[in-house]
Design a binder for this molecule. Structure first.
Ligand SMILES: [Zn+2]
Length: 237
């Protein structure tokens, strides 16, 4: 398994380069570019979050709870009275900090379930939905944030996978093939729950087509024609 520093560097480097390409193509503005790199870097650390101790998780939840509470209040600022806003703030904070946290710790009792592809998909879709529904971020940008989180986490899982194979391409005994994990029979009920949550998120996620069309449209990347491999592109014109 690769260590913390490798994951930090890996997630940052990959999301940094891809973020820069996205920024240069004009798909995201400067602030969104930074958010993409941040999401990718955090994603690169997420699969190991339950490994050592629970402090990073608690800190993460404190932060997310506060962010949710403020986002709720800002979102409904014009419709609510001051008292209801305070109540909403407290309810939003309490719900995430204690309610969601309790579900989260339950789901992660068995170490290793976070270290899987479906868990990362859930977190990525969760981030996409959070940005779209709570922070009122446009669908395409929300999808970018979610995608960068997923990208970073896949870099993490890929690095772990690579580190479990030695130079002669023989699998090392201890961590053979556990990195890019989709399912584990010994934790079938947790995975069942996980895939159910994943399905719900897929169902409620913001429209994907505009994001996909934007990414696959050659015009999107046209502005980069002189920047990236100009000789290859120019030959095709
Ligand atoms: Zn790992």
């Amino acid at each position: 398994m690769a260590n913390f520093k490798t994951h930090l560097t890996g997630g940052f480097a990959v999301s940094g380069v891809l973020g820069l390409i996205t920024y240069k193509a004009g798909l995201v503005d400067a602030q969104q570019f930074l958010m993409c790199v941040l999401a990718g870097t955090v994603g690169g650390l997420l699969p190991d979050i339950d490994s050592d101790n629970s402090t990073p998780i608690k800190m993460g939840f404190d932060f997310v709870s506060l962010a949710t509470a403020f986002a709720l209040v800002i979102h409904w600022r014009s419709e609510l009275s001051l008292v209801s806003m305070i109540l909403l703030w407290l309810a939003g904070y309490g719900f995430v900090r204690y309610g969601v946290f309790a579900i989260f710790t339950r789901l992660t009792v068995h170490r290793g379930i976070i270290h899987s592809v479906p868990y990362m998909l859930v977190l990525a879709l969760g981030l996409t939905c959070l940005n779209f529904y709570i922070f009122d971020i446009p669908a395409i940008i929300s999808w970018f944030y979610g995608s960068f989180l997923l990208l970073g986490s896949l870099v993490h899982l890929g690095l772990d996978e690579a580190y479990s194979v030695d130079l002669l391409n023989r699998r090392l005994k201890r961590s053979s093939g556990t990195a890019m994990k989709f399912y584990q029979d010994s934790q079938r009920y947790y995975y069942l729950g996980l895939y159910t949550i994943l399905l719900i998120f897929i169902f409620i996620s913001p429209p994907f087509e505009p994001f996909f069309e934007k990414l696959t449209d050659p015009i999107t990347w046209w502005v980069l024609k002189d920047e990236i491999l100009p000789q290859v592109l120019m030959r095709n014109i």
